[in-house]
Design a binder for this molecule. Structure first.
Ligand SMILES: [Zn+2]
Length: 104
């Protein structure tokens, strides 16, 4: 296997820009697929989401869908699974109750 090495800074910047653009667009497509905005067919919805999030981005589409539904039902509230970090508090009640490093 041969590795391609690009020493030209301009080409490196173009490659980085394209990679970031592809990542952002893939995330957006996977997110929209998860909401059924790409297709209402549940099989295709899942495959589009898995391709863009799992294959292109390297993240778990199934783990994302498990957490994202509750996030939209209770955005930024105590029931939102995205705001349970264990280290940061996203509301005053959690901040006051935090112990250990999170309460420091
Ligand atoms: Zn969403």
């Amino acid at each position: 296997m041969r590795l391609i090495v690009v020493n030209d800074l301009r080409l490196q910047l173009v490659a980085i820009t394209l990679a970031v653009y592809a990542g952002v667009q893939s995330s957006a497509i996977a997110h929209e697929a998860g909401h059924g905005a790409v297709t209402r067919n549940s099989l295709w919805k899942s495959w589009v989401g898995r391709f863009f999030m799992s294959f292109v981005m390297g993240a778990s589409y199934s783990a994302w869908t498990e957490r994202h539904g509750p996030h939209h039902r209770h955005p930024n509230s105590r029931k939102d699974p995205n705001v349970h970090s264990g280290l940061f508090s996203f509301n005053e009640i959690d901040a006051v109750a935090a112990k250990g490093l999170a309460g420091w």
